[in-house]
Design a protein around this ligand. Structure first.
Ligand SMILES: [Zn+2]
Length: 217
């Protein structure tokens, strides 16, 4: 099947595929010839020998249905069909997606250390307006982005592209490299200071003036 020739542009193919997938109910087997052909164009996943293809709930994104598959080795994993389409038209931004995933994994790790305990230990009152609800834990003194930048500088991590992630049992992204994960958690927890802010005061405070030196990535 020549998708490029048949559909001319990404928009046409996006609409066509989106309309097909909309018709499938949760967990219904997908045997549509276009979908089965399309996924073979995934830029990094080899999807030639899959066992099943279904729309399933994805906890990480608010329980919306996503296209997922299983193989003999992989119980279930999602496929970005839009990424397959971008790849067909030479516009895949898989590197950007991977960088986004790595950043999310790093964030998840940092949430599991002292930050979590700070929340449990403290009386959860906003330190600006004394409100007792909608409390968030904020990085004070040194912003999170700066801690991450410094960690990357000290460990010569110029790019996040090659770092591998996976989804754990709670659909949370994690790093495959457990040594790096531990190193990052320890580094983050050594540097981080926290304060309780209510949602409103946190928004008012806004993001810090610090701009990441890796901004271009
Ligand atoms: Zn407040």
């Amino acid at each position: 099947m020549n998708f490029r020739k048949e559909f001319k542009c990404m928009k046409n193919l996006n609409i066509f595929i989106g309309n097909i997938l909309k018709e499938y109910k949760e967990n219904e087997d997908i045997d549509n010839i276009y979908i089965k052909e399309l996924i073979k164009y995934h830029p990094i996943k080899d999807l030639h020998n899959i066992k099943w293809l279904r729309m399933k709930k994805q906890k990480r994104y608010y329980n919306t249905l996503s296209l997922q598959y299983g193989t003999d080795d992989i119980e279930d994993d999602d496929i970005s069909w839009k990424e397959c389409i971008r790849n067909i038209f030479g516009k895949s931004n898989i590197n950007q997606n991977n960088i986004r995933d790595v950043k999310e994994a790093l964030r998840n790790i940092s949430n599991s250390g002292t930050k979590k305990f700070y929340k449990l230990k403290n009386n959860n009152m906003c330190c600006i307006c004394n409100k007792l609800y909608d409390i968030e834990i904020d990085h004070k003194d040194i912003p999170y982005i700066k801690i991450l930048d410094n960690f990357r500088i000290e460990n010569n991590i110029d790019t996040l592209i090659n770092i591998e992630t996976y989804e754990d049992n709670n659909d949370m992204l994690q790093l495959k490299d457990k040594t790096l994960e531990y190193k990052w958690l320890k580094y983050h927890d050594d540097k981080a200071n926290y304060q309780c802010l209510c949602k409103k005061c946190n928004i008012k405070k806004g993001s810090s003036k610090y701009k990441s030196i890796y901004k271009k990535e």
